[in-house]
Design a protein around this ligand. Structure first.
Ligand code: 4NP
Length: 179
């Protein structure tokens, strides 16, 4: 029997969320974009980030976060925006950084299908030392470095999850065999 390749899911759409969308979630966006690009999956995985609040709407990422990320080769180019209702429709996975983000996202979710899309970043961690990505805003340099350490680890796990979810290709009987 001739087999044809069928895409199970064409794309996975990821939205990273933190409180202000100027430190943790823009960093997650940059780390994940680099991993995805290096894996050759740029056309299969879409990535964006947003904040629970709109306090920093229109701002670039925090200058301290950008400096720490740049030292590891990441360019934080995103502009802060708040989570919007239609994000729960447009994205497949909505990934918060700490327990409060998760509580807030669940409160904002319009329906149960949307609630099921909400995950915590550290669910994807391989190194299980932390169960959340701590807010670095009032920390020193070590807080920003910790954010990047945790995100690099969790994004690697998330990439594996996305590969399984895209599931890449599976075989099924070709239409010709069905005649
Ligand atoms: P983020 O960090 O949620 O990782 O972007 C913060 C940014 C700003 C504030 C708090 C946390 N703030 O209080 O303005």
């Amino acid at each position: 029997m001739e087999r044809s390749l069928v895409m199970k899911e064409e794309k996975v759409r990821l939205l990273f969320v933190c409180l202000g969308n100027i430190c943790r979630s823009p960093s997650a966006e940059a780390v994940m974009k680099k991993l995805v690009k290096d894996a050759g999956l740029g056309d299969r995985i879409e990535i964006d980030s947003a904040g629970i609040t709109g306090y920093h709407e229109g701002d670039r990422a925090d200058s301290r976060m950008r400096a720490h990320a740049a030292r590891r080769g990441y360019s934080l180019d995103s502009i802060s925006r708040p989570v919007r209702q239609w994000d729960f429709h447009d994205f497949d996975l909505i990934i918060g950084m700490d327990d409060q983000n998760i509580t807030d996202l669940k409160r904002m979710a319009p329906d149960l299908e949307s609630v099921a899309k909400i995950h915590q970043m550290t669910e994807f961690s391989r190194n299980k030392l932390y169960d959340h990505v701590p807010d670095p805003y009032y920390s020193g340099a070590e807080g920003f470095e910790l954010v990047l350490d945790l995100l690099e680890d969790a994004c690697a796990g998330l990439l594996e999850y996305c590969k399984d979810r895209i599931c890449l290709l599976y075989t099924s009987p070709s239409p010709r065999d069905m005649r």
